[in-house]
Design a protein around this ligand. Structure first.
Ligand SMILES: *[C@@H]1O[C@H](CO)[C@@H](O)[C@H](O)[C@H]1NC(C)=O
Length: 247
């Protein structure tokens, strides 16, 4: 008897995780398809859920995108060696959605957001920025104002035993960046005069530095963002997200 109860319990637990639809967070509300308000409904959903979604959804395996944990960044060119480790980027969850389009018939998806983002990392720097020598290691912050990222992707479907799901495939992106401010702690072993002069110069010539630094950072933001969205799509069926949609 004990064994049977136990077996039923185990089956029951397995069933909760496997047999039912995934339990979506309560902030995700479905939108009705084939109505004039469909796109604005989805857009509103994205705006409302962005600050929460970007924290990740643990029970669905959706990773956090605010902060985004970044792989190490190595820049070596134009006479400058710069390395960031333990890098995290903050701010995606507080960004504004500046564009959103979805066309399910044409499998098109476009999402643009704009925000003030801060990269926080350990740095090592050695070489020169344009003409000015720079050297140091310690904690760094890179504050980018109005980083504007547009992601365009093909939006396909796939089917599993739970039903039909969306999937973003071959995303592409472009970006634009506003003013950037660098804060390198402990430049020149903490020599304040040299450090102040170098910061003034680096912040005045931020675009040259960001030409090298922004591409690997934005690439990782997009990659993690798309991975999160696809984790979510893999957990949620289309029926849970859209009312009245049939493939
Ligand atoms: C970023 O910060 C600037 C200056 O504080 C502000 O004017 C701007 O609206 C902010 N941008 C976003 C997208 O929040």
């Amino acid at each position: 008897m004990k064994f049977i109860t136990c077996a039923l319990l185990v089956l029951g637990v397995l069933c909760i995780s496997n047999c039912q639809d995934a339990q979506l967070p309560s902030y995700i509300k479905p939108c009705e398809y084939k109505t004039s308000k469909f796109e604005s409904c989805v857009r509103e959903q994205i705006v409302l859920s962005l600050p929460l979604f970007t924290k990740g959804i643990e029970n669905l395996g959706v990773p956090s995108i605010d902060p985004v944990k970044l792989d190490d960044i190595n820049i070596d060119g134009n006479g400058l060696k710069l390395r960031f480790t333990n890098a995290e980027l903050y701010g995606v969850g507080k960004s504004q959605i500046t564009d959103f389009k979805v066309n399910l018939d044409e499998e098109k998806f476009v999402l643009a957001f704009k925000g003030n983002m801060t990269l926080s990392a350990k740095y090592t720097i050695d070489g020169q920025i344009l003409i000015l020598p720079i050297k140091g290691q310690g904690d760094a912050k890179v504050k980018a104002q109005n980083l504007d990222v547009t992601i365009s992707s093909k939006m396909t479907h796939f089917k599993d035993d739970k039903g039909e799901h969306f999937k973003l495939v071959s995303p592409s992106y472009n970006y634009n960046i506003g003013r950037t401010k660098f804060e390198f702690q402990n430049l020149f072993n903490g020599n304040k005069q040299l450090s102040d002069a170098t910061h003034a110069f680096a912040n005045g010539n931020w675009r040259q530095i960001m030409d090298d630094l922004a591409p690997p950072v934005v690439k990782q933001i997009v990659r993690t963002g798309v991975r999160s969205i696809n984790k979510f799509f893999a957990a949620a069926t289309i029926d849970q997200l859209i009312i009245g949609y049939s493939t």
